[in-house]
Design a protein around this ligand. Structure first.
Ligand SMILES: Nc1ncnc2c1ncn2[C@@H]1O[C@H](COP(=O)(O)OP(=O)(O)OP(=O)(O)O)[C@@H](O)[C@H]1O
Length: 240
């Protein structure tokens, strides 16, 4: 499989504070990668850097083989990188359908359309005329993902789908992810919620305080290893 996204040894700083230390990751075309980490590990910083909202102070972000580290965010959308940000950022005064149409601005050709989004999230079809302000958290999250899909991304970046949602709602939204991957959309999801992330991912990468502490195919890593990495427990230590 060809590598669609290559993040190569990036450092990302907020002033004097280094949030990411030499993070490297790759996502192959068609693959779903879950980046897992606790609150403050640097997950949103990573996604914002891939989307072009932050610049790395060292290292490179390559998309489809070329360096996009200096490419502005709006051009990255046109090249096929779409971000569903933490907090969803749905327009409260617009209807679900109008919110989805916002995502279609400058869209690339591809499989995603209003109908394809409604097929993937049938509840959005029922809510198409409801205003964003009157949606539940889960409905807003589905709308935000649908809006990102409307740009026909090659790479969909999902920031903490589960944040603030009841487990049953989170499970509903995660159920749609295989259908998204089946359309050929590559997915990078960052999560604090291990269970859902491990369900959908082909590979996982755990970050702790801005550094990679574990990575591997889902079949190669155990839940215990992921949990230990998440909490920063060194499970290679010998017990005496
Ligand atoms: N604008 C900012 N200015 C300064 N420090 C920041 C800023 N944004 C994030 N940080 C710091 O960078 C680190 C990584 O934050 P980030 O938001 O990427 O983590 P996260 O893993 O996404 O966590 P969360 O689940 O809270 O979103 C944290 O220590 C955070 O306090």
């Amino acid at each position: 499989m060809s590598k669609l996204l290559e993040v190569d040894a990036i450092d990302v700083d907020y002033g004097d504070f280094r949030a990411l230390h030499g993070i490297t990751l790759t996502v192959a075309e068609g693959e779903t990668l879950a980046v897992i980490g606790a609150n403050g590990a640097g997950k949103s910083t990573l996604l914002k850097t891939i989307a072009g909202l932050l610049r790395p102070s060292a290292g490179q972000v390559r998309f489809d083989g070329h360096d996009v580290s200096r490419t502005p965010a709006h051009r990255r959308v046109r090249e096929g990188i779409a971000l569903t940000p933490e907090g969803r950022r749905i327009f409260g005064s617009l209807t679900v359908e109008e919110n989805l149409e916002v995502g279609a601005h400058g869209r690339r050709p591809g499989p995603w359309s209003l109908q394809a989004v409604y097929d993937t999230f049938p509840l959005l079809a029922e809510l198409r005329t409801r205003r964003g302000a009157h949606l539940s958290g889960g409905e807003q999250q589905a709308t935000a993902i649908g809006r990102a899909l409307m740009s026909n991304p090659r790479l969909l970046l999902l920031d903490e789908v589960s944040l603030g949602l009841a487990p049953v709602v989170v499970a509903d939204i995660y159920q749609a992810l295989p259908a998204i991957a089946e359309k050929g959309t590559t997915v990078l999801v960052v999560e604090q919620d291990l269970t859902q992330a491990l369900t959908v991912a082909d590979r996982v990468q755990c970050i702790l305080e801005g550094r990679t502490v574990l990575e591997g195919a889902k079949s190669e890593v155990t839940r215990e290893q992921v949990q230990a990495a998440y909490f920063g427990i060194d499970d290679t230590r010998e017990t005496s």
